[in-house]
Design a protein around this ligand. Structure first.
Ligand code: C2E
Ligand code: MG
Ligand code: MG
Ligand code: MG
Length: 279
């Protein structure tokens, strides 16, 4: 029976699919050595307070440059790392590295700055996660409110109750939680109020066409008002133009993140921006 299924599968395995899975396999193998060969790096993108122009938090974004394959987007290799289980090791490296950088910045006088780290659903569902986060914070000598963890709506799909318990444990340890890419996933609004969130990040797909699309304007405005009613902070992602920023300001959005202010940059490159913009 297995044989017959195998044959049936093979028949529908198009050349494109074959190329895709070969690429995934190639990336998986290359990723195994990426950390020890120091091919991974974090870039940082500031989140700007729209009312004051100041920065309280930078988001860490993973970058991978392979000597032959070149730059590989996290949108491509994170799913590979999730399927192979490598995301756990990589995710811990990301947390440790981001916290070490944050500690270095605080020691340089940027003493109130925070870092936001993206968490894969697979990391989120690890029972040891809350403990690991506390341990890494302690090792870096940082208070828990120096860290924001960015989750996606997908973390709550399979088991909303378990997800809420994990969020409660993280909150109890003093870490702030953000909902990334808000509006693109499956979280029900009734769940949202139980999620112990600190911040909603409005997905860039709603921000991109704000100037031309009245539906997007309606959606963004509704998200901001709902967040305000629930006592949540709002950060708009992918802000590229002054017109987008102006609309967000009028609607009372708290923060903006995007190329209009700064692309994600290596720690050394973003420093002068932070020194000007941090309180
Ligand atoms: P995300 O967390 O929603 O990150 C925002 C993405 O938007 C980043 O893409 C960022 O470079 C990009 N971006 C920022 N400003 C602008 C803008 O003004 N315009 C446009 N068009 N794009 C902008 P990036 O760095 O390629 O990351 C893609 C995704 O990969 C992230 O989406 C996140 O889901 C994931 N990712 C990145 N780093 C990590 C990580 O360390 N761990 C995990 N689990 N996922 C990560
Ligand atoms: Mg994010
Ligand atoms: Mg996002
Ligand atoms: Mg995203």
């Amino acid at each position: 029976r297995a044989k017959r299924d195998g044959r049936a599968t093979f028949r529908f395995f198009t050349p494109e699919m074959q190329a895709q899975s070969l690429r995934a396999l190639q990336l998986e193998n290359a990723l195994r050595r990426a950390m020890e060969r120091q091919q991974l790096e974090l870039h940082y993108q500031p989140q700007i307070n729209i009312a004051t122009g100041q920065v309280r938090c930078v988001e860490a974004l993973l970058r991978w440059t392979h000597p032959e394959l070149g730059r590989i987007s996290p949108a491509e290799f994170i799913p590979v790392a999730e399927n192979s289980g490598q995301i756990l090791q990589i995710g811990e490296w990301v947390l440790r590295t981001a916290l070490a950088q944050l500690q270095a910045w605080r020691a340089q006088g940027l003493d109130r700055i925070k870092v936001a780290v993206n968490l894969s659903a697979i990391q989120f569902h690890q029972p040891q996660l809350p403990e690991m986060v506390s341990r890494l914070l302690a090792q870096a000598g940082l208070p828990p409110d120096a860290l924001e963890l960015e989750l996606t709506e997908g973390v709550a799909v399979a088991d909303p109750r378990a997800a809420m318990t994990t969020m409660q444990q993280l909150r109890a340890r003093g870490v702030h939680l953000s909902m990334d890419d808000f509006g693109t996933g499956y979280s029900s609004l009734s769940q949202l109020k139980h999620f112990q969130l600190y911040k909603l990040k409005i997905d860039q797909s709603f921000v991109r066409d704000l100037e031309h699309d009245s539906n997007d304007r309606a959606i963004v405005s509704a998200i901001i008002r709902m967040a305000q009613a629930l006592g949540l902070q709002t950060t708009a992602e992918g802000v590229e133009t002054a017109a987008q920023l102006q609309f967000l300001r009028e609607q009372g959005c708290d923060e903006a993140q995007g190329y209009h202010f700064s692309p994600p940059q290596a720690a050394g490159q973003i420093e002068s921006f932070l020194l000007q913009r941090c309180v």
